[in-house]
Design a protein around this ligand. Structure first.
Ligand code: FAD
Length: 505
């Protein structure tokens, strides 16, 4: 059953009456509320507003198909909305239909095939719900995680889904065995690497352009009990990079399960400085250990090893792993935590940000994949120049391997086997304490201009562009031809996900 919320006051009358017609056909439980409707026009970025004509809450893929067919035959756009955690209005659809994917109601189910375990998950499920289900029912968990788990399965699969397991397990888009998709023609199709494979790979990282994912079959692994969580600090970025790349090349069972890292300010600044490194205030960061020659930024490599209760080798394995690394002696922090606490760690950041108000301020985030060939120059020309005072939030920088990504997917990454995620995750206090959104956006543009003028090989992750030309450049000549061809094949009327701004009507 579909429930929906119609825009009584702000939508163009044609859209509003079209939505009313939809209600006669497939929609019931009319429940309009202008404020709630407006909330569906915003997202985590807090910088855009595009109020939909109606919000549809589909509980089945048949409901989704009905809504897509209805939108198509009435000249309306339609967008799946996961948890609205985009930052530039990518899930919004002004004057059109928003599908609130959180309403999909099928239960998560365990599937075993060819000796492997999978979860069949409704696309609107949050990753934290998949975690909870897997632990409670089967002691099985997804192989690859994002840092934050309040994101939907369909939302991250439409982008990539990256985190510290990527170097070993691949991104989330590389850990899917099958999808159920409602394409732009309103047909429900099941696809996998062997069946309807072009649609399968199109949708993975496809920015919602080819179909609405309604169900995903996610690869599972046995859940470890515990995690040894380690942070080590560098003053020399070249050494940081060389150690990180050695570690990603050495991954194997029992060696290393997670690698991330971040740049931070070489000062006592309470938001951007030393205090963000130790896990808890009781582990103190001794600035006297930082060499006099250090620059404005330091770098923290974050590592984790999984283990089970009764395994008493993990500390020794850690010592062996760390021995060849060139971090600053005694700027080394360790912690044993449960696996659940580890993968849910950003939940605590969310609680703190909600408490200090920075969860609700604008978030002009910038995520860039930068080739390993350019990352040291990125540090020299961008981290240590433009970003040397910090950004009021994490500045992640860690490597992943191109061979873990499938080139048939829509998502694009730089050339070369190793590339880095650089994530500028701005959490600013409202002005006048913090900078305005416009100031932060200006700084982002400066970063990208510098990347271009320096000739770096880079791609935006969670991309956002204003013109089709920029999108074509993003995908490259062959990639754009493929992307546009897939659009013509699966969503010829271009009704899906207009908030990405790729195919204007
Ligand atoms: P939405 O923002 O609602 O949607 C994103 C896009 O996907 C839209 O175009 C929408 O139309 C489309 N879409 C949504 N659902 C579907 C579906 N079922 N079928 C087809 N298209 C669909 N990303 C990472 O990779 N790693 C991280 O560690 C990470 N951490 C984050 C932490 C925070 C606090 C936030 C706010 C974001 C983070 N992200 C991370 C980014 C996240 O992956 C994106 O925001 C992504 O869009 C998922 O969010 P969502 O589920 O709310 O999707």
């Amino acid at each position: 059953m579909i429930t929906y919320l119609e825009n009584q006051s702000r939508a163009p009358s044609s859209s509003s009456s079209a939505a009313s017609a939809a209600s006669a056909a497939v929609i019931s439980d009319l429940d309009g509320d202008a404020a709630e409707l407006e909330a569906y026009g915003r997202d985590f970025g807090g910088m855009t507003l595009a109020v939909p004509a109606a919000v549809i809450r589909p509980s089945t893929s048949t409901d989704v198909a009905g809504a897509v067919r209805f939108a198509r035959s009435n000249g309306l756009s339609v967008a799946a909305r996961g948890n609205g955690h985009s930052v530039h209005g990518q899930a919004a659809v002004g004057g059109g239909l928003v599908l609130d994917m959180r309403a999909l109601s099928s239960p998560i189910a365990l599937v075993r095939a060819a000796g492997a375990a999978y979860a069949d998950v409704p696309a609107g499920a949050l990753w934290e719900e998949v975690l909870e289900w897997g632990l409670a029912e089967h002691r099985l968990v997804p192989a690859s995680w994002t840092d934050y788990l309040g994101l939907t399965v369909g939302g991250t699969l439409s982008n990539g889904g990256v985190g510290g397991q990527c170097f070993r397990q691949g991104p989330q888009v590389a850990n899917v065995a099958e999808l159920e998709v409602v394409a732009g023609d309103g047909e429900i199709r099941v696809c996998s690497p062997r069946c309807n494979s072009d649609l399968f790979f199109a949708v993975l990282g496809g920015l919602g352009q080819f179909g609405v994912i309604t169900r995903a079959r996610i690869r599972l692994l046995p859940a470890p009990d515990m995690v040894k969580w380690i942070r080590v600090v560098y003053s020399d970025f070249s050494r940081y990079v060389s150690d990180a790349e050695t570690l990603v090349g050495r991954a194997g069972p029992g060696l290393l399960d997670y690698i991330e890292g971040f740049a931070f300010v070489n000062s006592m600044d309470p938001v951007n400085g030393y205090s963000i490194v130790p896990f808890e205030p009781k582990f103190s960061f001794d600035p006297k250990r930082v060499p006099q020659t250090a620059g404005p930024l330091l770098y923290c490599l974050e590592l984790a090893i999984h283990y089970n209760h009764g395994d008493d080798t993990v500390d020794q394995r850690t010592v062996e792993m760390l021995r060849p690394l060139g971090y600053i002696e005694e700027l080394e922090f360790h912690k044993h935590v449960s696996y659940v606490d580890f993968v849910s760690r950003v939940k605590r950041t969310e609680e703190e940000a909600r408490a200090n108000g920075s969860w609700d301020t604008p978030h002009p985030w910038l995520n860039i994949f930068v080739s390993a060939a350019n990352i040291v120059d990125f540090d020299r020309k961008i981290f240590r120049k433009i970003l040397r005072r910090g950004i009021g939030g994490p500045m992640l920088v860690y490597p992943m391997l191109r061979s873990k990504w499938d080139e048939r997917m829509s998502v694009v990454v730089p050339d070369g086997e190793v590339f880095y995620l650089v994530a500028l995750l701005r959490f600013a206090r409202p002005p006048p304490v913090g900078p305005s959104a416009e100031e932060m956006l200006k700084e982002n543009r400066k970063v990208l201009d510098r990347c271009r003028s320096a000739g770096f090989d880079f791609k935006l992750y969670l991309p956002h562009y204003r013109t089709q030309n920029e999108w074509a450049n993003h995908f490259g000549e062959t990639g754009w031809r493929r992307f546009a061809g897939r659009k013509a094949r699966y969503d010829p009327a271009a009704v899906l996900s207009p908030g990405q701004g790729i195919f204007p009507l």
